[in-house]
Write a protein that binds this ligand. Structure first.
Ligand SMILES: [Zn+2]
Length: 319
């Protein structure tokens, strides 16, 4: 689980989006209609509340740790926002305003993912989610956005930036969080993580000699554990990290065997000296370049399997 940047500074593109959405909400209120349907009085009342003071920005810019209390407070004041009214026309109008007519069609998803400066899914640290523009200028290749508190249950949180988690299709799909209620399951929002120390990968190996690397890989059991009472146990279960990472036992076998090399310091220094005419590298660069292991937690967000490899390498004394 990789922390997301919870920078208080709201990006310019998002401010522009909020301003456009505010104008749209104002039009709904002035016309008293949404499409051909008359705006329900309680919906109008909620929209008027959003347009007063700084309430709309407070909702859309609500910090991750305040999302749930803020949503509960709103549900108390505006009963149409409650899930039990899901089939109610007013609830459906709220959903149309926030989700169908705005999030689905107008939200700048690619800009949003780019602004977070993360290349790999924060839930699994396994699949790339970065945005790549195509030469033909059609929609960029990009990851998905998970609504941490689902847009089915909380449509009015569908545009709140700390409720939007860039992630891969596996984690966002039926095999991941798709049918899971973040609230009931007590999942932890990646914007609330301070570092990558809330969970740890380990390996157990049942043999000490092998016919080949494949046999070594088949002898490895991967374990994923919550550490430092981080509360990430449910995240580990929901995203099936133990099962997923078991499929990378071949990578674990490579790390295990590298650990057995007990690479002498003189070897490291020789490699560093050999490269000097071309590039000056540090010990950290050596771990990345020669051992294939990223050991700086700040870079885990951009490299698949990096947390997994770094944890195992540390235990196997590869460095
Ligand atoms: Zn993922």
């Amino acid at each position: 689980m990789i922390p997301l940047n919870k920078d208080d500074i709201c990006p310019e593109f998002y401010k522009e989006f909020v301003s456009k959405f505010e104008k749209k909400v104002r039009r709904y209120v002035e016309k008293g209609r949404i499409g051909k349907k008359k705006l329900r009085p309680k919906v109008k009342c909620f929209l008027e509340y959003l347009l007063s003071d700084d309430n709309l920005m407070s909702l859309l810019n609500c910090p991750a740790n305040e999302l749930k209390p803020h949503a509960e407070e709103l549900c108390k004041t505006f009963d149409i926002l409650r899930l039990r009214d899901r089939e109610h026309l007013a609830f459906r109008q709220i959903r149309r305003i926030f989700v169908d007519n705005t999030y689905t069609t107008e939200f700048p998803k690619a800009d949003f993912i780019r602004a977070l400066d993360i290349k790999v899914c924060p839930y699994c640290n396994r699949s790339f989610i970065e945005c790549i523009d195509k030469n033909d200028k059609s929609s960029p290749i990009k990851g998905q956005l998970d609504h941490f508190y689902s847009k089915e249950r909380y449509p009015f949180l569908a545009l709140s930036r700390f409720n939007l988690i860039p992630c891969c299709s596996d984690c966002n799909g039926v095999g991941g969080k798709f049918t899971v209620d973040a609230d009931e399951t007590k999942l932890i929002n990646p914007y609330l993580l301070e570092d990558t120390n809330g969970m740890k990968f380990k390996m157990e190996i049942t043999k000490s000699s092998f016919a080949n690397i494949e046999e070594c890989a088949n002898s490895i059991k991967i374990l994923v554990e919550e550490t430092n009472q981080s509360g990430l146990e449910q995240n580990i279960k929901t995203f099936h990290l133990q099962e997923i990472y078991q499929s990378h036992s071949d990578v674990a076998a490579e790390i295990y065997l590298k650990g057995k090399l007990k690479m002498p310091q003189i070897y490291r220094q020789t490699i560093i000296a050999m490269l000097k005419p071309i590039i000056s590298i540090t010990e950290h660069d050596f771990n990345q370049l020669v051992l294939g292991i990223e050991d700086n937690p700040k870079n885990f967000k951009n490299k698949p399997l990096s947390k997994f490899k770094a944890d195992l390498a540390k235990d196997e004394m590869v460095f």
